[in-house]
Write a protein that binds this ligand. Structure first.
Ligand code: UD1
Ligand code: MG
Length: 452
C-alpha cells in the first residue's frame, strides 16, 4: 500500500458566487463542497490531508477538519497571496517535505470526485510516472488547460491564455486533479516559474518540468459530470442535480423503490434498507437511516432520524433530529417527531407534535395531540408507557409521565403524571343551557350585547 497525502486547494474567493460565504462552504446535498472533497480524499485512503485556505479563513479550515474521517490528520496552511495553483500547493510545503509515496492535489470547488477516481489517478505513479493528470472532454473547452499529448504520452498542459490557436483546438482538458510522485513533488514545484500570460505559478507546468528531468507524465480520463467545478450558483445547482442523480441511482441499486426518483432528495449519508418504497417529493436531510420494508409516503421531510423495519411515514410527515421509530411504527399526515423514541407499533397518525419524549410499544396517540415540551427557557421530557391511549387533542405539559395502559380523555390538558391503567380526564365538564340559543339570537338581532 502506497501512502497518500492529499492537498486540497481552498484559497479561492469565489467572487462569482456573489456571496458572503466562501465558495467552498456552499453546500451540495447538504454538505459543504470542501467537506465533499475531504471526505472523498479520506475514503481514497489519505493518511494525511493538507488544506490550503485564504487568510483568516478559519471557517473553511473548521469545515475541512469536521469532514475528515477519524484518524486522518488535517493540517491547515494559509496562502497569504494568490499567486497561482503551484504557489498554493507550496503553501503546504511543510506537509510535502515529509516522506510520502503519492501526493494528490484536489480543488475545494470540485465536489463530485469519487474515491475510485482518485485511485485511478494514482495508478500511473505506481507504474513509474512522476505526474498523473485527470483529463476530461467538456462540451465547451474554453477556459480550461489543454492536455497536449504525443504518441499517447502527456507532454504539456497549456493554459487557455497561453495556448496557440492549434492548441486551443484540443478537446482533452485538465480537470484540475493532479497526482505526483511524493519523492519528487517538492522538487518539481520549486522549479515552476511564472513567465506566462497571467504571471502566475501554474501547477500544470509540473508536467513539462518532470519531462525535462526525464520523468514520464500520464493522463487518466474522467467523466465530465464527475469533475464539474463550481464557480457560480447555476453551477452549484448543476452539481446538486448531478450528485442527486448519483444518490438516487445508488438507492435504487441497493433495493429501494423510488416512484419518482427525480423528486426525491438525498444526503450523501442516507441509508435505505431493502424494499423501502419512497413516494414522490421526499427530502432526506443528513443522518437518516431507514430499515427494510419501510414506506415513506409523499411530501415527507426527514433528517437525523432512524426509521425501524416496516414503518410507514407520511404523507406530509416531518421527522427531526433524534426521532427514532421502532418496528412497524405509523406516522401520519402533518405529524412532527423530534428527539423522541417511539417503540414498536406506536401510531401517531394525524396532526400531532411529539418532542423530547419516549413512547412505549403499541401506544396510540390521538389526532391533534401535542407534547408541550418548552417553557420558553428549557425543554422538558414526556414519558408515555406502553399500550397507552392518548385521546384526541390531548396536551401533555412536560415534564409529565403517563403509565402503561393508561387512557387520557379527549381534549385533556395533562399537567400531572397519570398512573398506569388510569383514565385521566382533564377538561371542564359540559354544561347544556336549555333554550339559551334562541334568547341569544334575540339579543344579538336587537343590537344588544351577547352577555347578560
Ligand atoms: C486550473 C488549471 C487548468 C484547469 C482548471 C480546471 C492551473 C494553472 N490551471 O485553472 O489547467 O483546466 O483549473 O478547473 O492550475 N487556487 C488557490 N490559490 C491560488 C490559485 C488558485 O487556492 O493562488 C485554487 C482556487 O481556489 C481553485 C483552484 O485553485 O480552487 C484552481 O484555481 P483557478 O484560478 O480556478 O484555476 P483555473 O484558471 O480555473
Ligand atoms: Mg477555475
Amino acid at each position: 500500500m502506497r501512502s497518500l497525502l492529499v492537498v486540497v486547494l481552498a484559497a479561492g474567493e469565489g467572487t462569482r458566487m456573489a456571496s458572503r460565504l466562501p465558495k467552498v462552504l456552499h453546500k451540495v446535498a447538504g454538505r459543504s463542497m470542501v467537506g465533499h472533497v475531504v471526505e472523498a480524499a479520506g475514503r481514497a485512503g489519505a493518511a494525511r490531508l493538507a488544506v490550503v485556505v485564504g487568510p483568516g479563513r478559519e471557517d473553511v479550515a473548521a469545515a475541512a477538519r469536521a469532514a475528515a474521517p477519524a484518524g486522518v490528520g488535517v493540517e491547515v496552511f494559509v496562502q497569504a497571496e494568490r499567486l497561482g495553483t503551484a504557489h498554493a500547493v507550496l503553501a503546504a510545503r511543510a506537509a510535502l517535505s515529509g516522506p510520502v509515496d503519492d501526493v494528490v492535489v484536489m480543488y475545494g470547488d470540485t465536489p463530485l470526485v469519487r474515491p475510485e477516481t482518485i485511485a485511478a489517478l494514482r495508478a500511473p505513479l505506481a507504474a513509474g510516472a512522476a505526474v498523473s493528470v485527470l483529463g476530461f472532454r467538456p462540451a465547451y473547452p474554453t477556459g480550461y488547460g489543454r492536455l497536449l499529448t504525443r504518441d499517447g504520452d502527456l507532454v504539456a498542459i497549456r493554459e487557455e491564455k497561453d495556448a496557440s490557436p492549434e492548441e486551443r483546438q484540443v478537446g482533452l482538458c485538465n480537470a484540475g486533479l493532479m497526482a505526483f510522485d511524493g519523492a519528487v513533488a517538492l522538487a518539481l514545484l520549486e522549479r515552476i516559474g511564472n513567465a506566462n500570460a497571467k504571471g502566475e505559478y501554474y501547477l500544470t507546468d509540473a508536467v513539462e518540468v518532470a519531462r525535462g528531468l526525464g520523468r514520464a507524465a500520464a493522463v487518466v480520463e474522467a467523466e465530465v459530470a464527475e469533475v464539474a467545478g463550481v464557480n457560480t450558483r447555476a453551477q452549484l445547482a448543476e452539481a446538486e442535480s448531478l450528485l442527486q442523480q448519483r444518490l438516487r441511482a445508488a438507492a435504487m441499486a441497493g433495493g429501494a423503490t423510488l416512484i419518482a426518483p427525480e423528486t426525491v432528495f438525498f444526503s450523501p449519508d442516507t441509508r435505505l434498507g431493502r424494499d423501502v418504497v419512497v413516494e414522490p417529493n421526499v427530502v432526506f436531510g443528513p443522518g437518516v437511516s431507514v430499515e427494510d420494508d419501510v414506506t415513506i409516503r409523499a411530501f415527507s421531510h426527514i433528517e437525523g432520524a432512524h426509521v425501524g423495519r416496516g414503518a410507514i411515514v407520511g404523507p406530509f410527515a416531518r421527522l427531526r433530529p433524534g426521532a427514532a421509530l421502532g418496528e412497524g411504527v405509523h406516522i401520519g399526515n402533518f405529524v412532527e417527531i423530534k428527539a423522541s423514541d417511539l417503540a414498536a407499533g406506536v401510531k401517531v397518525n394525524h396532526l400531532s407534535y411529539v418532542g423530547d419524549s419516549s413512547v412505549g410499544a403499541n401506544t396510540n396517540i390521538g389526532a391533534g395531540s401535542i407534547t408541550c415540551n418548552y417553557d420558553g427557557f428549557r425543554k422538558h421530557r414526556t414519558v408515555i408507557g406502553a399500550d397507552v391511549f392518548i385521546g384526541t387533542n390531548t396536551l401533555l405539559v412536560a415534564p409529565v409521565r403517563v403509565g402503561d395502559g393508561a387512557y387520557t380523555a379527549t381534549g385533556g390538558v395533562i399537567t400531572d403524571d397519570v398512573p398506569a391503567d388510569a383514565l385521566a380526564v382533564a377538561r371542564a365538564r359540559q354544561v347544556n343551557k336549555e333554550g339559551f340559543a334562541s334568547r341569544l339570537r334575540a339579543r344579538l338581532s336587537a343590537g344588544l350585547s351577547p352577555k347578560k
